[in-house]
Design a protein around this ligand. Structure first.
Ligand code: OOB
Length: 542
Protein backbone atom coordinates (compact mmCIF):
# COMPACT_ATOMS: atom_id res chain seq x y z
CA UNK A 1 0.00 0.00 0.00
CA UNK A 2 1.18 3.45 -0.84
CA UNK A 3 2.25 5.81 1.92
CA UNK A 4 0.72 9.28 2.02
CA UNK A 5 3.68 10.86 0.25
CA UNK A 6 2.74 8.97 -2.88
CA UNK A 7 -0.90 9.99 -2.52
CA UNK A 8 -0.57 13.65 -1.52
CA UNK A 9 2.30 15.81 -2.81
CA UNK A 10 5.09 15.82 -0.20
CA UNK A 11 4.78 19.55 0.58
CA UNK A 12 1.08 19.12 1.40
CA UNK A 13 1.69 16.06 3.55
CA UNK A 14 4.23 18.15 5.44
CA UNK A 15 1.76 21.03 5.79
CA UNK A 16 -0.98 18.74 7.15
CA UNK A 17 1.45 17.30 9.68
CA UNK A 18 2.74 20.73 10.71
CA UNK A 19 -0.85 21.93 11.21
CA UNK A 20 -1.37 19.02 13.63
CA UNK A 21 -3.98 17.28 11.47
CA UNK A 22 -1.99 14.16 10.75
CA UNK A 23 -0.63 12.99 14.06
CA UNK A 24 0.89 9.66 13.18
CA UNK A 25 -1.78 7.74 15.07
CA UNK A 26 -3.24 4.42 13.87
CA UNK A 27 -6.61 2.79 14.51
CA UNK A 28 -4.93 0.16 16.67
CA UNK A 29 -3.12 2.83 18.67
CA UNK A 30 -6.25 4.72 19.67
CA UNK A 31 -8.09 1.54 20.67
CA UNK A 32 -5.06 0.50 22.73
CA UNK A 33 -5.02 3.93 24.39
CA UNK A 34 -8.66 3.64 25.43
CA UNK A 35 -8.31 -0.01 26.47
CA UNK A 36 -5.44 1.03 28.73
CA UNK A 37 -7.03 4.19 30.14
CA UNK A 38 -10.61 2.98 30.52
CA UNK A 39 -10.63 -0.82 30.24
CA UNK A 40 -13.95 -1.24 32.04
CA UNK A 41 -15.90 1.42 30.18
CA UNK A 42 -18.53 -0.01 27.84
CA UNK A 43 -17.51 0.58 24.20
CA UNK A 44 -20.09 -1.42 22.22
CA UNK A 45 -23.71 -2.29 22.98
CA UNK A 46 -25.38 -4.85 20.71
CA UNK A 47 -28.73 -5.95 22.12
CA UNK A 48 -27.94 -7.63 25.43
CA UNK A 49 -24.18 -7.72 24.77
CA UNK A 50 -21.95 -5.04 26.24
CA UNK A 51 -18.26 -5.07 25.36
CA UNK A 52 -15.87 -2.91 27.31
CA UNK A 53 -12.83 -1.27 25.72
CA UNK A 54 -10.70 -3.95 27.40
CA UNK A 55 -12.81 -6.69 25.87
CA UNK A 56 -12.88 -5.13 22.41
CA UNK A 57 -9.10 -4.84 22.53
CA UNK A 58 -8.69 -8.47 23.62
CA UNK A 59 -10.97 -9.66 20.86
CA UNK A 60 -9.19 -7.52 18.26
CA UNK A 61 -5.79 -8.87 19.30
CA UNK A 62 -6.81 -12.53 19.34
CA UNK A 63 -8.51 -12.15 15.94
CA UNK A 64 -5.41 -10.39 14.58
CA UNK A 65 -3.33 -13.39 15.64
CA UNK A 66 -5.97 -15.75 14.20
CA UNK A 67 -6.02 -13.98 10.84
CA UNK A 68 -2.23 -14.05 10.60
CA UNK A 69 -2.14 -17.71 11.58
CA UNK A 70 -4.27 -18.46 8.51
CA UNK A 71 -1.44 -17.09 6.42
CA UNK A 72 -2.89 -13.67 5.66
CA UNK A 73 -0.08 -11.14 5.20
CA UNK A 74 0.00 -7.53 6.43
CA UNK A 75 -0.99 -5.21 3.58
CA UNK A 76 -3.42 -7.71 2.03
CA UNK A 77 -7.01 -6.63 1.53
CA UNK A 78 -9.95 -8.35 3.24
CA UNK A 79 -13.50 -7.82 2.06
CA UNK A 80 -15.79 -7.24 5.06
CA UNK A 81 -19.56 -7.46 4.64
CA UNK A 82 -21.19 -7.25 8.05
CA UNK A 83 -24.22 -5.54 9.46
CA UNK A 84 -24.64 -3.58 12.66
CA UNK A 85 -23.26 -6.25 14.96
CA UNK A 86 -20.56 -6.15 17.62
CA UNK A 87 -18.46 -8.55 15.51
CA UNK A 88 -18.05 -5.82 12.92
CA UNK A 89 -15.85 -4.00 15.43
CA UNK A 90 -13.82 -6.98 16.69
CA UNK A 91 -13.24 -7.90 13.04
CA UNK A 92 -12.12 -4.55 11.71
CA UNK A 93 -9.96 -3.72 14.75
CA UNK A 94 -8.52 -7.25 14.43
CA UNK A 95 -7.69 -6.58 10.80
CA UNK A 96 -6.15 -3.20 11.66
CA UNK A 97 -4.06 -4.84 14.38
CA UNK A 98 -2.78 -7.43 11.90
CA UNK A 99 -1.95 -4.70 9.37
CA UNK A 100 -4.63 -6.09 7.04
CA UNK A 101 -6.76 -3.65 5.04
CA UNK A 102 -10.56 -3.96 5.32
CA UNK A 103 -12.62 -3.20 2.21
CA UNK A 104 -16.13 -2.30 3.29
CA UNK A 105 -19.05 -3.77 1.38
CA UNK A 106 -22.61 -2.92 2.44
CA UNK A 107 -24.92 -5.68 3.72
CA UNK A 108 -27.28 -4.90 0.81
CA UNK A 109 -24.64 -5.82 -1.77
CA UNK A 110 -25.08 -9.07 -3.60
CA UNK A 111 -22.81 -11.31 -5.67
CA UNK A 112 -22.34 -8.89 -8.58
CA UNK A 113 -21.09 -6.06 -6.38
CA UNK A 114 -19.14 -8.23 -3.96
CA UNK A 115 -17.43 -10.04 -6.83
CA UNK A 116 -16.43 -6.69 -8.33
CA UNK A 117 -15.09 -5.34 -5.03
CA UNK A 118 -13.16 -8.54 -4.34
CA UNK A 119 -11.53 -8.50 -7.77
CA UNK A 120 -10.74 -4.81 -7.74
CA UNK A 121 -9.11 -5.02 -4.34
CA UNK A 122 -7.57 -8.45 -4.99
CA UNK A 123 -9.05 -9.46 -1.67
CA UNK A 124 -7.32 -12.36 0.04
CA UNK A 125 -10.28 -13.12 2.32
CA UNK A 126 -13.99 -12.45 2.76
CA UNK A 127 -15.55 -11.95 6.20
CA UNK A 128 -19.31 -11.79 6.73
CA UNK A 129 -22.10 -12.81 9.11
CA UNK A 130 -23.73 -16.21 8.46
CA UNK A 131 -26.98 -14.36 7.87
CA UNK A 132 -28.21 -10.85 8.43
CA UNK A 133 -31.48 -9.09 7.81
CA UNK A 134 -33.03 -12.28 6.40
CA UNK A 135 -30.24 -12.96 3.89
CA UNK A 136 -27.95 -15.99 4.00
CA UNK A 137 -24.39 -14.91 3.20
CA UNK A 138 -23.11 -18.49 3.09
CA UNK A 139 -24.50 -18.98 -0.38
CA UNK A 140 -23.01 -15.74 -1.56
CA UNK A 141 -19.69 -16.78 0.00
CA UNK A 142 -19.77 -20.09 -1.84
CA UNK A 143 -20.26 -18.40 -5.22
CA UNK A 144 -17.71 -15.71 -4.45
CA UNK A 145 -15.03 -18.22 -3.45
CA UNK A 146 -15.70 -20.21 -6.62
CA UNK A 147 -15.50 -17.12 -8.83
CA UNK A 148 -12.68 -15.02 -7.39
CA UNK A 149 -9.36 -16.80 -7.28
CA UNK A 150 -7.57 -14.32 -5.00
CA UNK A 151 -9.89 -15.23 -2.09
CA UNK A 152 -8.06 -17.85 -0.05
CA UNK A 153 -10.26 -17.77 3.06
CA UNK A 154 -13.92 -17.24 3.87
CA UNK A 155 -14.59 -16.43 7.52
CA UNK A 156 -18.16 -16.24 8.79
CA UNK A 157 -19.55 -15.16 12.13
CA UNK A 158 -22.09 -17.64 13.53
CA UNK A 159 -22.92 -20.93 11.78
CA UNK A 160 -20.03 -21.04 9.33
CA UNK A 161 -20.76 -24.52 7.88
CA UNK A 162 -17.84 -25.46 5.55
CA UNK A 163 -16.12 -22.11 6.14
CA UNK A 164 -13.94 -20.82 8.95
CA UNK A 165 -15.93 -19.68 11.95
CA UNK A 166 -14.98 -16.13 12.99
CA UNK A 167 -15.45 -16.97 16.65
CA UNK A 168 -12.86 -19.76 16.29
CA UNK A 169 -10.47 -17.64 14.24
CA UNK A 170 -8.43 -16.62 17.29
CA UNK A 171 -4.92 -17.25 18.56
CA UNK A 172 -2.65 -16.11 21.39
CA UNK A 173 -1.66 -12.54 20.50
CA UNK A 174 2.08 -13.11 20.63
CA UNK A 175 4.42 -11.82 17.95
CA UNK A 176 1.86 -9.47 16.43
CA UNK A 177 3.46 -7.13 13.92
CA UNK A 178 4.29 -3.55 14.81
CA UNK A 179 1.60 -0.99 13.94
CA UNK A 180 1.54 -0.09 10.26
CA UNK A 181 2.80 3.26 8.98
CA UNK A 182 0.08 5.77 9.95
CA UNK A 183 0.37 7.38 6.54
CA UNK A 184 -0.43 4.09 4.78
CA UNK A 185 -3.87 3.02 3.57
CA UNK A 186 -5.88 1.72 6.54
CA UNK A 187 -9.01 0.58 4.69
CA UNK A 188 -11.08 1.15 1.57
CA UNK A 189 -14.53 2.64 1.34
CA UNK A 190 -16.64 2.34 -1.76
CA UNK A 191 -17.89 5.18 -3.89
CA UNK A 192 -21.50 5.91 -4.64
CA UNK A 193 -20.50 7.57 -7.90
CA UNK A 194 -22.41 8.12 -11.12
CA UNK A 195 -20.68 5.77 -13.49
CA UNK A 196 -20.45 2.00 -13.57
CA UNK A 197 -19.67 -0.23 -10.63
CA UNK A 198 -18.46 1.12 -7.27
CA UNK A 199 -14.90 2.43 -7.11
CA UNK A 200 -12.51 1.83 -4.21
CA UNK A 201 -11.56 4.74 -1.99
CA UNK A 202 -8.26 4.28 -0.15
CA UNK A 203 -8.16 6.12 3.19
CA UNK A 204 -5.08 6.42 5.38
CA UNK A 205 -4.94 6.20 9.18
CA UNK A 206 -3.72 9.80 9.34
CA UNK A 207 -6.33 11.36 7.06
CA UNK A 208 -9.35 9.46 8.33
CA UNK A 209 -8.55 9.80 12.02
CA UNK A 210 -8.14 13.53 11.47
CA UNK A 211 -11.60 13.69 9.86
CA UNK A 212 -13.40 12.12 12.81
CA UNK A 213 -11.27 13.73 15.51
CA UNK A 214 -12.18 17.13 14.04
CA UNK A 215 -15.81 15.98 13.62
CA UNK A 216 -15.91 15.12 17.33
CA UNK A 217 -15.05 18.70 18.16
CA UNK A 218 -17.63 20.09 15.74
CA UNK A 219 -20.39 17.77 16.97
CA UNK A 220 -19.49 17.85 20.67
CA UNK A 221 -18.54 14.16 20.96
CA UNK A 222 -16.69 13.31 24.20
CA UNK A 223 -16.22 10.28 26.42
CA UNK A 224 -19.71 10.99 27.76
CA UNK A 225 -21.29 10.58 24.33
CA UNK A 226 -23.51 7.66 23.36
CA UNK A 227 -23.76 7.27 19.57
CA UNK A 228 -26.54 5.22 17.99
CA UNK A 229 -25.51 3.48 14.75
CA UNK A 230 -28.83 3.58 12.92
CA UNK A 231 -27.41 3.48 9.35
CA UNK A 232 -25.24 0.62 8.04
CA UNK A 233 -22.03 0.66 10.11
CA UNK A 234 -19.86 0.19 7.00
CA UNK A 235 -21.06 3.44 5.42
CA UNK A 236 -18.83 6.45 5.73
CA UNK A 237 -21.47 8.71 7.35
CA UNK A 238 -22.18 6.62 10.50
CA UNK A 239 -18.52 5.62 10.56
CA UNK A 240 -16.89 9.02 10.74
CA UNK A 241 -19.37 11.89 10.90
CA UNK A 242 -18.50 11.68 13.78
CA UNK A 243 -19.95 8.20 13.83
CA UNK A 244 -18.88 5.07 15.65
CA UNK A 245 -15.19 5.62 14.98
CA UNK A 246 -15.33 9.19 16.28
CA UNK A 247 -17.13 7.94 19.38
CA UNK A 248 -14.67 5.09 19.99
CA UNK A 249 -11.80 7.54 19.50
CA UNK A 250 -13.29 9.80 22.19
CA UNK A 251 -13.83 6.85 24.56
CA UNK A 252 -17.63 7.09 24.37
CA UNK A 253 -20.21 4.35 23.86
CA UNK A 254 -21.49 2.95 20.57
CA UNK A 255 -24.99 1.46 20.50
CA UNK A 256 -25.96 -0.70 17.53
CA UNK A 257 -29.36 -1.21 16.02
CA UNK A 258 -30.29 -3.36 13.04
CA UNK A 259 -33.44 -1.31 12.44
CA UNK A 260 -33.71 2.47 12.42
CA UNK A 261 -37.50 2.58 12.53
CA UNK A 262 -38.74 4.87 15.30
CA UNK A 263 -40.53 2.15 17.28
CA UNK A 264 -37.25 0.31 17.80
CA UNK A 265 -34.81 3.22 17.79
CA UNK A 266 -36.75 5.45 20.21
CA UNK A 267 -36.94 2.67 22.82
CA UNK A 268 -33.20 2.11 22.44
CA UNK A 269 -32.48 5.83 22.82
CA UNK A 270 -34.41 5.78 26.08
CA UNK A 271 -32.83 2.57 27.37
CA UNK A 272 -29.23 3.48 26.48
CA UNK A 273 -29.53 7.25 27.00
CA UNK A 274 -28.29 7.90 23.47
CA UNK A 275 -26.97 11.44 23.00
CA UNK A 276 -26.20 11.59 19.28
CA UNK A 277 -27.03 9.81 16.03
CA UNK A 278 -27.06 10.27 12.25
CA UNK A 279 -29.89 9.65 9.78
CA UNK A 280 -30.65 10.04 6.09
CA UNK A 281 -33.55 12.43 5.33
CA UNK A 282 -36.26 9.79 4.73
CA UNK A 283 -35.57 8.28 8.16
CA UNK A 284 -35.48 11.72 9.76
CA UNK A 285 -38.95 12.32 8.29
CA UNK A 286 -40.21 9.06 9.83
CA UNK A 287 -38.76 10.06 13.21
CA UNK A 288 -40.39 13.48 13.01
CA UNK A 289 -43.76 11.91 12.28
CA UNK A 290 -43.37 9.27 15.00
CA UNK A 291 -42.49 11.91 17.60
CA UNK A 292 -46.13 13.01 17.51
CA UNK A 293 -47.39 9.67 18.86
CA UNK A 294 -44.45 7.69 20.27
CA UNK A 295 -44.28 7.94 24.04
CA UNK A 296 -40.65 6.84 24.57
CA UNK A 297 -38.52 9.40 26.41
CA UNK A 298 -35.88 10.52 23.91
CA UNK A 299 -34.83 13.59 25.85
CA UNK A 300 -31.25 12.29 26.19
CA UNK A 301 -30.77 12.95 22.46
CA UNK A 302 -28.76 16.15 22.09
CA UNK A 303 -27.68 16.10 18.44
CA UNK A 304 -29.22 14.67 15.29
CA UNK A 305 -27.07 14.67 12.16
CA UNK A 306 -28.94 14.49 8.89
CA UNK A 307 -27.16 13.96 5.58
CA UNK A 308 -26.47 11.68 2.66
CA UNK A 309 -29.10 13.48 0.60
CA UNK A 310 -30.70 16.91 0.68
CA UNK A 311 -32.76 17.60 3.80
CA UNK A 312 -35.39 20.10 2.80
CA UNK A 313 -35.81 23.23 4.97
CA UNK A 314 -39.52 22.50 5.51
CA UNK A 315 -38.56 19.31 7.34
CA UNK A 316 -35.31 20.59 8.87
CA UNK A 317 -37.05 23.33 10.82
CA UNK A 318 -39.19 20.77 12.69
CA UNK A 319 -36.26 18.85 14.19
CA UNK A 320 -35.64 21.03 17.23
CA UNK A 321 -39.28 21.56 18.23
CA UNK A 322 -40.39 17.97 17.58
CA UNK A 323 -37.39 15.86 18.60
CA UNK A 324 -36.03 18.27 21.20
CA UNK A 325 -32.44 18.12 19.92
CA UNK A 326 -30.08 20.23 17.85
CA UNK A 327 -29.97 19.47 14.12
CA UNK A 328 -26.66 19.37 12.32
CA UNK A 329 -26.85 19.06 8.57
CA UNK A 330 -23.96 17.09 7.14
CA UNK A 331 -22.94 17.05 3.53
CA UNK A 332 -20.16 14.56 3.04
CA UNK A 333 -18.73 11.97 0.72
CA UNK A 334 -16.72 8.78 1.17
CA UNK A 335 -13.98 10.39 -0.95
CA UNK A 336 -13.34 12.90 1.82
CA UNK A 337 -14.77 16.40 2.21
CA UNK A 338 -17.37 16.72 4.97
CA UNK A 339 -19.37 19.87 5.76
CA UNK A 340 -21.38 20.49 8.91
CA UNK A 341 -23.63 23.20 10.19
CA UNK A 342 -22.19 24.12 13.60
CA UNK A 343 -23.90 23.64 16.96
CA UNK A 344 -23.92 27.41 17.61
CA UNK A 345 -25.11 28.44 14.14
CA UNK A 346 -28.31 30.47 13.94
CA UNK A 347 -31.40 28.35 13.15
CA UNK A 348 -31.64 29.90 9.71
CA UNK A 349 -28.19 28.57 8.72
CA UNK A 350 -28.93 25.13 10.18
CA UNK A 351 -32.20 24.87 8.30
CA UNK A 352 -31.16 26.33 4.95
CA UNK A 353 -27.55 25.22 4.36
CA UNK A 354 -25.60 21.97 4.29
CA UNK A 355 -22.83 23.43 6.41
CA UNK A 356 -19.21 24.37 5.86
CA UNK A 357 -16.07 22.24 5.62
CA UNK A 358 -14.44 20.59 8.63
CA UNK A 359 -10.98 21.99 8.02
CA UNK A 360 -9.46 25.41 7.37
CA UNK A 361 -7.27 23.48 4.89
CA UNK A 362 -10.21 22.11 2.90
CA UNK A 363 -9.96 23.88 -0.44
CA UNK A 364 -13.32 24.33 -2.09
CA UNK A 365 -13.85 25.61 -5.63
CA UNK A 366 -17.19 26.22 -7.31
CA UNK A 367 -16.71 26.30 -11.07
CA UNK A 368 -18.64 26.48 -14.34
CA UNK A 369 -18.58 23.83 -17.09
CA UNK A 370 -15.20 25.15 -18.26
CA UNK A 371 -13.68 24.82 -14.75
CA UNK A 372 -13.68 28.60 -14.25
CA UNK A 373 -14.65 29.79 -10.76
CA UNK A 374 -18.13 31.30 -10.46
CA UNK A 375 -18.98 34.14 -8.09
CA UNK A 376 -20.04 33.37 -4.53
CA UNK A 377 -23.76 32.77 -4.43
CA UNK A 378 -23.90 31.34 -7.98
CA UNK A 379 -24.47 27.68 -8.79
CA UNK A 380 -21.50 25.63 -9.99
CA UNK A 381 -19.67 22.32 -9.78
CA UNK A 382 -18.00 21.60 -6.48
CA UNK A 383 -14.31 20.68 -6.64
CA UNK A 384 -12.28 20.03 -3.53
CA UNK A 385 -8.94 18.92 -2.15
CA UNK A 386 -7.59 18.86 1.37
CA UNK A 387 -6.14 16.91 4.27
CA UNK A 388 -8.67 14.06 4.17
CA UNK A 389 -9.84 14.04 0.54
CA UNK A 390 -8.39 11.34 -1.69
CA UNK A 391 -6.26 12.20 -4.71
CA UNK A 392 -7.14 9.03 -6.65
CA UNK A 393 -9.30 5.92 -6.57
CA UNK A 394 -7.58 2.58 -6.12
CA UNK A 395 -6.26 1.16 -9.37
CA UNK A 396 -8.66 2.90 -11.75
CA UNK A 397 -6.85 5.20 -14.20
CA UNK A 398 -9.96 5.88 -16.33
CA UNK A 399 -12.06 6.96 -13.33
CA UNK A 400 -9.15 8.99 -11.98
CA UNK A 401 -8.81 10.89 -15.24
CA UNK A 402 -12.52 11.78 -15.07
CA UNK A 403 -12.81 12.46 -11.37
CA UNK A 404 -9.68 14.48 -10.54
CA UNK A 405 -8.24 17.65 -12.03
CA UNK A 406 -4.58 17.92 -12.99
CA UNK A 407 -3.90 19.78 -9.75
CA UNK A 408 -5.50 17.17 -7.55
CA UNK A 409 -9.02 18.49 -6.98
CA UNK A 410 -11.74 15.86 -6.66
CA UNK A 411 -14.72 16.52 -8.95
CA UNK A 412 -17.54 15.77 -6.51
CA UNK A 413 -20.26 15.80 -9.21
CA UNK A 414 -22.37 17.97 -6.91
CA UNK A 415 -23.84 21.30 -7.96
CA UNK A 416 -23.68 23.76 -5.08
CA UNK A 417 -23.84 27.42 -4.18
CA UNK A 418 -21.16 28.80 -1.88
CA UNK A 419 -22.01 31.72 0.39
CA UNK A 420 -19.37 34.33 1.25
CA UNK A 421 -19.09 32.76 4.74
CA UNK A 422 -18.11 29.39 3.11
CA UNK A 423 -21.43 27.72 3.85
CA UNK A 424 -22.65 25.48 1.03
CA UNK A 425 -26.09 24.84 -0.28
CA UNK A 426 -26.41 21.64 -2.31
CA UNK A 427 -28.57 22.16 -5.40
CA UNK A 428 -28.28 18.77 -7.11
CA UNK A 429 -26.04 16.46 -9.09
CA UNK A 430 -24.41 17.05 -12.43
CA UNK A 431 -23.92 13.35 -13.05
CA UNK A 432 -26.52 10.70 -13.68
CA UNK A 433 -27.09 9.01 -10.43
CA UNK A 434 -30.11 8.44 -8.30
CA UNK A 435 -29.86 9.33 -4.62
CA UNK A 436 -32.49 6.94 -3.26
CA UNK A 437 -32.84 7.60 0.46
CA UNK A 438 -29.10 8.27 0.64
CA UNK A 439 -28.19 5.12 -1.38
CA UNK A 440 -26.36 6.22 -4.52
CA UNK A 441 -27.33 4.34 -7.68
CA UNK A 442 -25.44 4.73 -10.94
CA UNK A 443 -27.86 5.02 -13.88
CA UNK A 444 -25.23 3.46 -16.11
CA UNK A 445 -24.78 0.44 -13.86
CA UNK A 446 -28.53 -0.30 -13.77
CA UNK A 447 -28.79 0.22 -17.54
CA UNK A 448 -26.01 -2.32 -18.04
CA UNK A 449 -27.97 -4.85 -16.00
CA UNK A 450 -31.12 -4.21 -18.04
CA UNK A 451 -29.21 -4.50 -21.30
CA UNK A 452 -28.01 -7.95 -20.27
CA UNK A 453 -31.59 -9.23 -20.61
CA UNK A 454 -31.93 -11.04 -23.95
CA UNK A 455 -35.13 -9.16 -24.88
CA UNK A 456 -34.00 -5.67 -23.90
CA UNK A 457 -32.23 -3.75 -26.62
CA UNK A 458 -31.95 -0.36 -24.95
CA UNK A 459 -32.57 1.18 -21.55
CA UNK A 460 -32.26 4.57 -19.85
CA UNK A 461 -32.53 5.01 -16.10
CA UNK A 462 -33.47 8.34 -14.52
CA UNK A 463 -34.25 9.75 -11.08
CA UNK A 464 -37.71 10.97 -10.15
CA UNK A 465 -38.55 13.10 -7.11
CA UNK A 466 -40.24 11.04 -4.42
CA UNK A 467 -41.89 12.37 -1.28
CA UNK A 468 -40.66 9.54 0.94
CA UNK A 469 -37.31 8.57 -0.59
CA UNK A 470 -36.19 11.94 -1.90
CA UNK A 471 -35.57 10.31 -5.27
CA UNK A 472 -36.62 7.00 -6.80
CA UNK A 473 -35.57 5.32 -10.03
CA UNK A 474 -37.45 4.89 -13.27
CA UNK A 475 -36.16 2.71 -16.12
CA UNK A 476 -37.28 3.34 -19.68
CA UNK A 477 -36.91 0.15 -21.64
CA UNK A 478 -37.02 -0.72 -25.34
CA UNK A 479 -37.66 -4.41 -25.59
CA UNK A 480 -38.08 -6.90 -28.38
CA UNK A 481 -41.00 -8.47 -26.63
CA UNK A 482 -43.66 -6.07 -25.34
CA UNK A 483 -44.49 -8.95 -23.08
CA UNK A 484 -41.75 -8.62 -20.45
CA UNK A 485 -43.80 -7.47 -17.52
CA UNK A 486 -42.10 -4.97 -15.18
CA UNK A 487 -42.45 -7.46 -12.32
CA UNK A 488 -40.77 -10.19 -14.40
CA UNK A 489 -37.93 -7.87 -15.38
CA UNK A 490 -37.44 -6.87 -11.75
CA UNK A 491 -37.28 -10.45 -10.54
CA UNK A 492 -34.90 -11.32 -13.39
CA UNK A 493 -32.64 -8.49 -12.20
CA UNK A 494 -32.85 -9.66 -8.62
CA UNK A 495 -31.70 -13.11 -9.71
CA UNK A 496 -28.59 -11.56 -11.23
CA UNK A 497 -27.48 -10.86 -7.66
CA UNK A 498 -27.53 -7.09 -7.27
CA UNK A 499 -28.39 -4.92 -4.28
CA UNK A 500 -32.17 -4.57 -3.97
CA UNK A 501 -32.00 -0.76 -3.84
CA UNK A 502 -30.74 -0.80 -7.45
CA UNK A 503 -33.84 -2.55 -8.84
CA UNK A 504 -35.83 0.21 -10.62
CA UNK A 505 -38.86 1.40 -8.68
CA UNK A 506 -40.72 1.95 -11.92
CA UNK A 507 -40.30 0.46 -15.40
CA UNK A 508 -41.81 2.11 -18.49
CA UNK A 509 -41.77 0.41 -21.90
CA UNK A 510 -41.24 2.67 -24.91
CA UNK A 511 -41.32 1.93 -28.65
CA UNK A 512 -38.28 4.03 -29.41
CA UNK A 513 -35.98 6.66 -27.98
CA UNK A 514 -36.08 10.00 -29.73
CA UNK A 515 -33.02 11.03 -31.67
CA UNK A 516 -32.14 14.43 -33.05
CA UNK A 517 -31.93 15.29 -36.77
CA UNK A 518 -28.19 14.66 -36.58
CA UNK A 519 -28.73 11.15 -35.34
CA UNK A 520 -27.95 9.74 -31.94
CA UNK A 521 -28.13 11.84 -28.82
CA UNK A 522 -25.90 11.35 -25.82
CA UNK A 523 -27.09 9.09 -23.07
CA UNK A 524 -26.95 12.00 -20.70
CA UNK A 525 -29.22 14.08 -22.90
CA UNK A 526 -31.56 11.15 -23.44
CA UNK A 527 -31.91 10.64 -19.69
CA UNK A 528 -32.57 14.36 -19.21
CA UNK A 529 -35.31 14.37 -21.88
CA UNK A 530 -37.00 11.25 -20.60
CA UNK A 531 -36.93 12.62 -17.10
CA UNK A 532 -38.56 15.86 -18.27
CA UNK A 533 -41.26 13.94 -20.14
CA UNK A 534 -41.99 11.85 -17.10
CA UNK A 535 -42.26 14.85 -14.82
CA UNK A 536 -44.50 16.67 -17.33
CA UNK A 537 -46.80 13.63 -17.57
CA UNK A 538 -46.93 13.33 -13.80
CA UNK A 539 -47.93 16.98 -13.54
CA UNK A 540 -50.67 16.56 -16.15
CA UNK A 541 -52.12 13.57 -14.38
CA UNK A 542 -51.84 15.21 -10.93
C1 OOB B 1 -22.40 10.36 2.04
O1 OOB B 1 -21.40 9.78 1.31
P1 OOB B 1 -21.57 9.03 -0.09
O2 OOB B 1 -20.20 8.77 -0.55
O3 OOB B 1 -22.51 7.88 0.05
O4 OOB B 1 -22.30 10.04 -1.06
C2 OOB B 1 -21.79 11.32 -1.34
C3 OOB B 1 -22.79 12.13 -2.11
C4 OOB B 1 -22.42 13.58 -2.26
O5 OOB B 1 -21.50 13.78 -3.30
C5 OOB B 1 -23.77 14.18 -2.51
O6 OOB B 1 -24.17 13.96 -3.84
C6 OOB B 1 -24.69 13.40 -1.62
O7 OOB B 1 -24.04 12.16 -1.42
N1 OOB B 1 -24.91 14.05 -0.31
C7 OOB B 1 -25.77 15.07 -0.11
C8 OOB B 1 -25.69 15.37 1.28
N2 OOB B 1 -24.80 14.53 1.85
C9 OOB B 1 -24.34 13.73 0.85
N3 OOB B 1 -26.57 15.76 -0.94
C10 OOB B 1 -27.30 16.76 -0.41
N4 OOB B 1 -27.28 17.10 0.91
C11 OOB B 1 -26.49 16.44 1.78
N5 OOB B 1 -26.50 16.79 3.09
O8 OOB B 1 -23.54 10.40 1.65
C12 OOB B 1 -21.98 11.00 3.32
C13 OOB B 1 -20.69 10.82 3.80
C14 OOB B 1 -20.32 11.42 5.01
C15 OOB B 1 -21.25 12.17 5.70
C16 OOB B 1 -22.52 12.34 5.22
C17 OOB B 1 -22.90 11.76 4.02
Amino acid sequence: MKPAEQIWPAHLAERYRAAGYWRGETFSAFLRRNATNRPDTVAIVDGGRRWTYGELQRRAETHAAGFLELGLKPGERVLVQMGNVAEFFSTVFGLFRAGLVPVYALPAHRLTEVDHLARRSEAAAYIACDSYDGFDYRELARDLKAQVSTIRHVILSGEAREFICLEDCVAEPVDLPADPDPSSVAFMQISGGSTGLPKLIPRTHDDYIYSFRASNEICGVTQESVYLVALPAAHNFPMSSPGHMGTLYAGGRVVLTRAASPDIAFALIEREQVTITGLVPPLALLWLKASETNTADISSLEVLLVGGAKFLPEAARHVKPKLGCQLQQVFGMAEGLVNYTRLDDPDDTVVHTQGRPISPHDEVLVVDDGDQPVEDGSAGHLLTRGPYTIRAYHDDPAANARSFTMDGYYRTGDVVRKMPDSYLEVLGRAGDHINRAGEKISAEEVEDHLLAHPDVFDAAVVSVPDPALGERSCAFVLSKAETIKPSALKSWMRKRGIAAFKIPDQIVHLDRFETTAVGKISRKELRARLREQLLANDEESA
